[in-house]
Design a protein around this ligand. Structure first.
Ligand code: BG6
Ligand code: MG
Length: 217
Protein backbone atom coordinates (compact mmCIF):
# COMPACT_ATOMS: atom_id res chain seq x y z
CA UNK A 1 0.00 0.00 0.00
CA UNK A 2 1.15 3.54 -0.80
CA UNK A 3 1.84 6.29 1.67
CA UNK A 4 0.11 9.60 1.08
CA UNK A 5 0.13 12.90 2.97
CA UNK A 6 -3.24 13.83 4.45
CA UNK A 7 -3.24 17.51 5.34
CA UNK A 8 -6.00 18.84 7.56
CA UNK A 9 -7.06 22.42 7.97
CA UNK A 10 -7.97 23.12 11.61
CA UNK A 11 -10.78 25.66 12.10
CA UNK A 12 -14.04 24.26 10.72
CA UNK A 13 -12.44 20.94 9.74
CA UNK A 14 -11.11 19.36 12.94
CA UNK A 15 -12.77 21.66 15.46
CA UNK A 16 -15.85 23.79 15.43
CA UNK A 17 -13.99 27.04 16.10
CA UNK A 18 -15.32 28.95 13.06
CA UNK A 19 -18.27 30.03 15.23
CA UNK A 20 -15.91 31.55 17.82
CA UNK A 21 -13.92 33.44 15.18
CA UNK A 22 -17.26 34.77 13.92
CA UNK A 23 -18.43 35.89 17.37
CA UNK A 24 -15.13 37.62 18.13
CA UNK A 25 -15.09 39.49 14.80
CA UNK A 26 -18.76 40.40 15.17
CA UNK A 27 -17.98 42.05 18.50
CA UNK A 28 -15.40 44.28 16.76
CA UNK A 29 -17.86 45.15 13.97
CA UNK A 30 -20.64 45.85 16.50
CA UNK A 31 -18.37 48.19 18.44
CA UNK A 32 -17.59 50.04 15.21
CA UNK A 33 -21.29 50.29 14.39
CA UNK A 34 -21.76 48.10 11.32
CA UNK A 35 -23.35 44.76 10.58
CA UNK A 36 -21.29 41.60 10.16
CA UNK A 37 -23.22 38.60 8.83
CA UNK A 38 -22.57 34.87 8.53
CA UNK A 39 -22.32 35.42 4.78
CA UNK A 40 -19.60 38.05 5.31
CA UNK A 41 -17.87 35.53 7.56
CA UNK A 42 -17.36 33.10 4.65
CA UNK A 43 -14.85 35.63 3.25
CA UNK A 44 -12.74 35.27 6.38
CA UNK A 45 -12.53 31.50 6.57
CA UNK A 46 -8.96 30.34 6.06
CA UNK A 47 -7.77 33.95 5.96
CA UNK A 48 -5.10 35.26 8.37
CA UNK A 49 -6.05 37.43 11.36
CA UNK A 50 -4.47 40.58 9.90
CA UNK A 51 -6.09 40.14 6.48
CA UNK A 52 -9.43 39.33 8.14
CA UNK A 53 -9.44 42.67 9.93
CA UNK A 54 -8.71 44.49 6.68
CA UNK A 55 -11.62 42.70 4.99
CA UNK A 56 -13.95 43.59 7.87
CA UNK A 57 -12.93 47.23 7.81
CA UNK A 58 -13.49 47.33 4.05
CA UNK A 59 -16.98 45.84 4.56
CA UNK A 60 -17.77 48.50 7.17
CA UNK A 61 -16.09 51.22 5.10
CA UNK A 62 -13.92 52.06 8.10
CA UNK A 63 -10.53 53.69 7.64
CA UNK A 64 -8.33 53.57 10.70
CA UNK A 65 -4.71 54.19 11.70
CA UNK A 66 -2.47 51.16 12.31
CA UNK A 67 -2.53 51.86 16.05
CA UNK A 68 -6.30 51.23 16.18
CA UNK A 69 -5.95 48.16 13.97
CA UNK A 70 -3.34 46.69 16.31
CA UNK A 71 -5.65 47.25 19.28
CA UNK A 72 -8.58 45.55 17.51
CA UNK A 73 -6.38 42.60 16.52
CA UNK A 74 -5.42 42.10 20.16
CA UNK A 75 -9.02 42.51 21.32
CA UNK A 76 -10.28 40.01 18.75
CA UNK A 77 -7.72 37.42 19.72
CA UNK A 78 -8.29 37.85 23.46
CA UNK A 79 -12.01 37.49 22.95
CA UNK A 80 -11.48 34.44 20.68
CA UNK A 81 -9.17 32.81 23.24
CA UNK A 82 -11.77 33.34 25.98
CA UNK A 83 -14.06 30.93 24.09
CA UNK A 84 -11.29 28.31 24.07
CA UNK A 85 -10.56 28.25 27.80
CA UNK A 86 -12.74 25.22 28.51
CA UNK A 87 -12.17 23.57 25.15
CA UNK A 88 -11.84 19.77 25.18
CA UNK A 89 -12.34 16.80 22.85
CA UNK A 90 -16.10 17.44 22.76
CA UNK A 91 -15.39 20.26 20.28
CA UNK A 92 -13.93 17.87 17.69
CA UNK A 93 -16.27 17.80 14.72
CA UNK A 94 -18.31 14.63 14.06
CA UNK A 95 -16.53 11.89 12.13
CA UNK A 96 -13.04 13.38 12.46
CA UNK A 97 -11.66 10.90 15.02
CA UNK A 98 -12.68 7.76 13.06
CA UNK A 99 -10.90 9.16 9.97
CA UNK A 100 -7.76 10.13 11.94
CA UNK A 101 -7.69 6.68 13.53
CA UNK A 102 -8.21 4.96 10.18
CA UNK A 103 -5.35 6.95 8.60
CA UNK A 104 -3.09 5.93 11.49
CA UNK A 105 -4.17 2.31 11.15
CA UNK A 106 -3.27 2.49 7.44
CA UNK A 107 0.13 4.06 8.32
CA UNK A 108 -0.57 7.24 6.37
CA UNK A 109 1.15 10.56 7.04
CA UNK A 110 -0.90 13.29 8.68
CA UNK A 111 -0.19 17.03 8.79
CA UNK A 112 -1.91 20.17 9.91
CA UNK A 113 -2.07 23.07 7.45
CA UNK A 114 -3.73 25.98 9.22
CA UNK A 115 -3.66 29.77 9.00
CA UNK A 116 -4.19 30.03 12.75
CA UNK A 117 -1.52 31.09 15.18
CA UNK A 118 -3.52 29.37 17.92
CA UNK A 119 -3.35 25.92 16.33
CA UNK A 120 -1.05 24.09 18.77
CA UNK A 121 -2.96 24.89 21.99
CA UNK A 122 -6.19 23.83 20.25
CA UNK A 123 -4.68 20.48 19.23
CA UNK A 124 -3.39 20.03 22.78
CA UNK A 125 -6.72 20.85 24.40
CA UNK A 126 -8.61 18.49 22.10
CA UNK A 127 -6.07 15.67 22.59
CA UNK A 128 -5.29 15.43 18.85
CA UNK A 129 -1.70 16.75 18.81
CA UNK A 130 -0.08 13.30 18.78
CA UNK A 131 -1.86 12.34 15.53
CA UNK A 132 0.17 14.85 13.51
CA UNK A 133 3.48 13.99 11.88
CA UNK A 134 3.94 17.64 10.92
CA UNK A 135 2.32 20.90 11.93
CA UNK A 136 2.35 24.03 9.80
CA UNK A 137 0.37 26.97 11.13
CA UNK A 138 0.08 30.74 10.90
CA UNK A 139 3.40 31.15 12.70
CA UNK A 140 5.30 29.30 9.96
CA UNK A 141 4.16 30.95 6.73
CA UNK A 142 4.19 34.42 5.26
CA UNK A 143 1.69 33.93 2.43
CA UNK A 144 -1.95 33.33 3.35
CA UNK A 145 -4.31 30.89 1.59
CA UNK A 146 -5.14 30.84 -1.36
CA UNK A 147 -1.36 30.87 -1.62
CA UNK A 148 -0.40 27.18 -1.32
CA UNK A 149 2.64 27.87 0.93
CA UNK A 150 1.10 26.32 4.06
CA UNK A 151 0.24 23.04 2.30
CA UNK A 152 3.45 22.86 0.25
CA UNK A 153 5.48 23.25 3.43
CA UNK A 154 3.43 20.54 5.15
CA UNK A 155 4.00 18.15 2.21
CA UNK A 156 7.71 18.99 2.23
CA UNK A 157 8.00 18.24 5.96
CA UNK A 158 6.35 14.87 5.27
CA UNK A 159 8.71 14.27 2.36
CA UNK A 160 5.72 13.85 0.05
CA UNK A 161 5.07 15.28 -3.41
CA UNK A 162 2.10 17.65 -3.87
CA UNK A 163 0.42 15.14 -6.21
CA UNK A 164 0.52 12.57 -3.38
CA UNK A 165 -1.05 15.00 -0.92
CA UNK A 166 -4.71 15.30 0.01
CA UNK A 167 -6.08 18.43 1.67
CA UNK A 168 -9.24 18.61 3.79
CA UNK A 169 -10.62 22.16 3.83
CA UNK A 170 -13.78 24.04 4.77
CA UNK A 171 -12.82 27.38 3.20
CA UNK A 172 -12.88 28.64 -0.38
CA UNK A 173 -9.37 30.10 0.03
CA UNK A 174 -8.10 26.76 1.37
CA UNK A 175 -9.61 24.70 -1.45
CA UNK A 176 -8.06 27.12 -3.95
CA UNK A 177 -4.69 26.84 -2.17
CA UNK A 178 -4.78 23.04 -2.43
CA UNK A 179 -5.72 23.20 -6.12
CA UNK A 180 -3.04 25.78 -6.92
CA UNK A 181 -0.50 23.63 -5.06
CA UNK A 182 -1.34 20.63 -7.28
CA UNK A 183 -2.89 18.63 -4.44
CA UNK A 184 -6.18 16.75 -4.19
CA UNK A 185 -8.73 19.07 -2.56
CA UNK A 186 -11.48 17.64 -0.40
CA UNK A 187 -14.09 20.22 0.62
CA UNK A 188 -15.83 19.79 3.96
CA UNK A 189 -19.04 21.82 3.88
CA UNK A 190 -21.59 23.10 1.41
CA UNK A 191 -21.45 22.59 -2.37
CA UNK A 192 -22.66 26.15 -2.95
CA UNK A 193 -19.50 27.48 -1.30
CA UNK A 194 -16.92 24.79 -2.06
CA UNK A 195 -17.70 23.94 -5.69
CA UNK A 196 -14.01 24.23 -6.64
CA UNK A 197 -13.12 21.20 -4.48
CA UNK A 198 -12.32 17.95 -6.31
CA UNK A 199 -14.39 15.98 -3.78
CA UNK A 200 -16.99 17.28 -1.39
CA UNK A 201 -18.50 16.02 1.86
CA UNK A 202 -20.97 17.78 4.10
CA UNK A 203 -18.93 16.54 7.06
CA UNK A 204 -16.61 13.66 7.97
CA UNK A 205 -19.49 11.39 8.97
CA UNK A 206 -20.32 11.21 5.24
CA UNK A 207 -16.82 9.98 4.33
CA UNK A 208 -16.35 6.22 4.37
CA UNK A 209 -13.22 4.10 4.53
CA UNK A 210 -13.52 3.18 0.85
CA UNK A 211 -13.00 6.82 -0.08
CA UNK A 212 -9.76 6.87 1.92
CA UNK A 213 -8.70 3.47 0.49
CA UNK A 214 -9.15 4.81 -3.04
CA UNK A 215 -7.00 7.85 -2.27
CA UNK A 216 -4.23 5.64 -0.87
CA UNK A 217 -4.14 3.31 -3.90
C1 BG6 B 1 -8.11 30.22 10.05
C2 BG6 B 1 -9.54 30.63 10.27
O1 BG6 B 1 -7.98 28.85 10.26
O2 BG6 B 1 -7.24 30.91 10.94
C3 BG6 B 1 -9.68 32.14 10.19
O3 BG6 B 1 -10.37 30.03 9.30
C4 BG6 B 1 -8.72 32.80 11.15
O4 BG6 B 1 -11.02 32.50 10.49
C5 BG6 B 1 -7.30 32.33 10.85
O5 BG6 B 1 -8.78 34.22 11.04
C6 BG6 B 1 -6.27 32.93 11.80
O6 BG6 B 1 -6.49 32.41 13.08
P1 BG6 B 1 -5.86 32.99 14.41
O7 BG6 B 1 -6.24 31.96 15.44
O8 BG6 B 1 -4.39 33.08 14.21
O9 BG6 B 1 -6.48 34.32 14.65
MG1 MG C 1 -10.95 26.33 8.09
Amino acid sequence: MNTKAFIFDLDGVIVDTAKYHFLAWKKIADSLGFEFTHQNNELLKGVSRVRSLDIILELGKVKAPQEDKNRWLIQKNEDYLSYLVDMDESEILPGVMPILNYLKEKKQLIALGSASKNARPILEKTGTLSYFDAIVDGNDVSNAKPDPEVFLLAAKLLNTKPEDSIVFEDSVAGVQAANIGGMTSVGIGEAATLHEAKYLFKDFTQMDKTFIDNLIK
